[in-house]
Ligand binder design. Structure first.
Ligand code: HGY
Ligand code: MN
Ligand code: MN
Length: 416
């Protein structure tokens, strides 16, 4: 890192233009995006990304989970590359920046290397991980999970969405079921820029979050089986009431979470009644508890207590209960040396920074099992995310990408 490279900046206007162009694909109903994994909108976004990568002289490989790797050659072709990326898929009512900033910032880093005519010893690869959100096909981060060897390819292919469509079939349908074995493409280090999805950086007026850890997650799916009967004619003491069971368990989730201290978070974001008719007591209710904590033992204690509560409530109401773990990742510590480089890069550029733990899961949490990995955050307005009103500023996006550039210049080793 010399005086010249130590102060390089990306083209923030070009980055913002790319973000806005990508946001045109899979528009939501309130200004955000609905570009769910393996939909036609996802395919369209991938094709746009692929075109931009080709324009930047990158060669794009696609693995068997559809993750895309856009490679900029280094002077040493067989040196392990530096990987930088995130995800282009969104929540059904998602924002324009969750994941997308990380992929397009990585592309902007490569575009800037091209503009400056810089060569690096190591290749650099821009990554779009398939289905980070896990909204249409649970669990979250499924493709980076297969890449890290946490899930098998066949298990991932058999995941189904609410309409019963298989992940593997949808991946084939959109034309992104690549030939490359998943995990074959190794890396020397991985960096991911992401919006904070929380309020801290904006409230404190800090430019860059240095993400030291990602908290762990447990998705506990509960299926309650009651009896479908008429809501008007069935005496109250003769009901097998699955909706009452769900209400009591959701209340217990709140109590259990709060009993595990201020770092514990827990909620139910998805609940399905069947047959979901106003005047039929539901025969079946399915919902998922989303539990998170930075400490593994505490997280497991939360999950165990939620499962126990579900069994108790079901027994008390005389209804059936089935419990399944449908998503999990343990707390992750990111690489200290890479984090130190990121702090130093922010300081060289005059950006303020502070260490923090990620409340959300990210592909970096799985990639960290395969190579040294680190994340940085930029602020987001009111900490809002997983909401179509998610917003950041061009300045925040540019600052995060400038720091990402510094990290890549260092890790990929600029060749004079
Ligand atoms: O759920 C998460 O933390 C991520 O947004 N998929
Ligand atoms: Mn994300
Ligand atoms: Mn997300």
């Amino acid at each position: 890192m010399n005086q010249q490279t130590g102060n390089m900046r990306v083209d923030g206007g070009r980055l913002w233009g790319s973000l806005m162009a990508m946001a045109e694909i899979g528009p939501g109903i309130a200004g955000g995006n609905n570009r769910q994994a393996l939909t036609d909108a996802d395919r369209e976004g991938r094709l746009l990304f692929q075109r931009w990568c080709a324009d930047a002289g990158l060669t794009v490989g696609v693995d068997a989970m559809g993750s895309m790797f856009a490679r900029r050659e280094g002077t040493e072709a067989d040196a392990l590359p530096i990987l930088i990326g995130s995800h282009l898929d969104t929540q059904p009512t998602g924002g324009k920046y969750d994941g997308v900033l990380g992929v397009l910032a990585a592309l902007e880093v490569v575009r800037t290397l091209n503009d400056l005519g810089l060569r690096t010893r190591r290749p650099v690869e821009v990554v779009n991980w398939t289905n980070e959100e896990g909204s249409r096909f649970p669990p979250a981060m499924i493709a980076s999970g297969v890449y890290a060897g946490v899930h098998t390819l066949d298990w991932a292919y058999d995941r189904t969405d609410a309409a019963g469509l298989r992940f593997g079939d949808e991946l084939e349908r959109i034309g992104f079921k690549g030939e490359e074995p998943v995990g074959q493409r190794k890396g020397h280090a991985y960096f991911e820029l992401h919006i904070e999805q929380g309020p801290i950086l904006e409230e404190e007026g800090v430019d860059i979050g240095i993400v030291t850890h990602g908290q762990g997650l447990r998705w506990v799916e509960v299926t309650l089986t009651g009896k479908e009967t008429h809501t008007g004619t069935t005496p109250m003491d003769r009901r097998l009431n699955a909706s009452l069971g769900a209400a009591r368990i959701i209340d217990r989730i709140e109590t259990i979470t709060r009993a595990h201290g201020e770092k514990a978070v827990g909620a139910v974001g998805q609940l399905v009644f069947a047959p979901n008719s106003r005047n039929i007591l539901p025969g079946k209710v399915v919902f998922t508890a989303d539990l998170r904590h930075p400490d593994l033992a505490t997280l497991n204690s939360m999950a165990d207590q939620v499962k126990q509560a579900a069994r108790e409530v079901a027994a008390d109401l005389g209804i059936g209960v089935a419990i399944e773990d449908v998503g999990a990742f343990d707390p992750t510590a990111f690489d200290e040396d890479l984090l130190a480089d990121l702090r130093a890069g922010a300081e060289r550029l005059g950006y303020s920074h502070r260490d923090m733990v990620s409340g959300a899961g990210h592909d970096a949490c799985w990639v960290a099992k395969t190579m040294p990995s680190a994340m940085i955050f930029c602020p987001c307005v009111d900490g809002l995310s997983h909401n179509e009103a998610e917003e950041i500023t061009p300045e925040w996006a540019g600052a995060g990408t400038d720091v990402l550039l510094q990290a890549v210049l260092q890790a990929a080793e600029v060749v004079e």
